[in-house]
Ligand binder design. Structure first.
Ligand SMILES: [Zn+2]
Ligand SMILES: [Zn+2]
Length: 371
């Protein structure tokens, strides 16, 4: 499959057209013509090498949906013409304890799980290219069935932002009668608010942008608190059973701790850069757990797609052209984004100048289909 993508060969937010070939679908794999790809904060971090682990060239994108255009031998779940989605992973060993438990993202196999772009989670020098491209080939175990009710423009963010915030709710058994706190109401947080309501919890959104209050209430939040509003923070002390912290950068967690009930949990899903001066005394005295959670397994991702279809949970999106990606990154960094950008990949497919100026890069290596 000849593919045009958008990526970068060095730590820069400026992405440009690149071309390469993805090996055709082998046994157990499907080829997808990508129609849309969501833009995630991780894409920006990876393209700028903020985590110091980027494998170049970097072609981001792990919120992928499109149409199946070829199937390899032995494929049973997809046929040519079906819609299929691909999230953050494209391969894993399928045999280790974590894979067997449906948590492929924690695969302990020799290559860990293979991320949709930037290669294995445990980097070994091989690279994969993501969904800022016209097509992708994946093994069918890592492709998701898209419920008819969800339009293609809205699928991508569900398989990253949706699963990332849903997984801790499932893991900690969030249920009716409990209160979910959501800290940070951007791409991840606005999905968390809706998913919490879909699970019948009371949802409290905690934001640093009180001007967004009306919008957040429209998502279904029962209460919106400005983290800098001391009175509101005090009035809601010890009310939250589970908090999903979606803030994607280093920040002060301590102001959030008094909101937590005794024996509650805070799940950090977006900040890989640590906390300074954590108030562990409050955590000890109130038995507040602090946990990390990385995306979610494939079965759980399928589950969250079905949940979104059933409860009309949708990401708020703004459709952009592929050549607007730098602008989107810039806006995202300035927190000017009203939720999620989604790239219309037809804009790249029909861009003849992108095809002409695309620089050829090494073909990606996606690993063997094993297990
Ligand atoms: Zn993501
Ligand atoms: Zn494994």
């Amino acid at each position: 499959m000849d593919v045009i993508g958008y990526g970068t060969k060095k730590a820069s937010a400026h992405l440009s057209p690149l071309k390469f070939t993805r090996a055709d679908a082998r046994a157990g794999e499907i080829a997808i013509e990508i129609s849309h790809c969501g833009v995630c904060h991780s894409d920006l971090h990876q393209a700028r090498d903020d985590w110091d682990n980027t494998v170049w060239p970097c072609i981001p994108g792990h919120e992928i949906v499109g149409k199946v255009v070829a199937v390899g031998d032995g494929v049973t779940r997809f046929a040519v013409g079906d819609r299929a989605a691909v999230g953050c992973m494209v391969n894993s060993c399928q045999q280790c304890e974590q894979c067997k438990a449906g948590d492929e993202q924690y695969c302990t196999g020799p290559k860990s799980c293979t991320l949709t772009y930037n290669g294995p989670k445990k980097p070994d020098g091989t690279n994969t290219y993501g969904g800022y491209s016209t097509g992708i080939v994946v093994r069918e175990e890592f492709a998701l069935t898209v419920p008819d009710a969800i339009q293609s423009t809205h699928v991508g963010p569900i398989v990253c932002a949706g699963i990332t915030t849903y997984q801790p709710m499932k893991y900690f058994g969030l249920k009716e009668g409990q209160t979910l706190g959501v800290a940070g109401i951007g791409g991840l947080g606005h999905m968390a608010v809706q998913l919490g309501k879909a699970l019948s919890a009371r949802v409290v959104a905690i934001t640093t942008s009180p001007e967004k209050t009306d919008d957040i209430e429209k998502l279904g939040a029962d209460l919106v608190i400005d983290v800098n509003d001391k009175d509101a923070m005090e009035a809601n002390a010890k009310t939250i059973d589970l908090m999903i912290n979606t803030i994607p950068y280093k920040h002060d967690l301590n102001p959030y701790l008094p909101l937590m009930k005794s024996k509650s949990q805070i799940a950090v899903v977006g900040n890989f850069l640590g906390f300074d001066d954590l108030d562990t005394a409050t955590m000890v005295f109130e038995h507040i757990g602090l946990t990390g959670s990385l995306i979610g397994g494939i079965a759980d991702t399928q589950e969250v797609l079905e949940l979104c279809a059933k409860h009309d949970v949708r990401p708020e999106i703004e459709l952009i052209r592929m050549d607007q990606i730098d602008e989107a990154f810039e806006r995202m960094q300035k927190e000017d984004v009203r939720f999620r950008h989604v790239i219309d990949m037809d804009s790249l497919r029909s861009d003849t100048s992108a095809a002409e100026k695309a620089e050829t890069v090494d073909d990606p290596i996606r690993g063997e289909v094993v297990g």
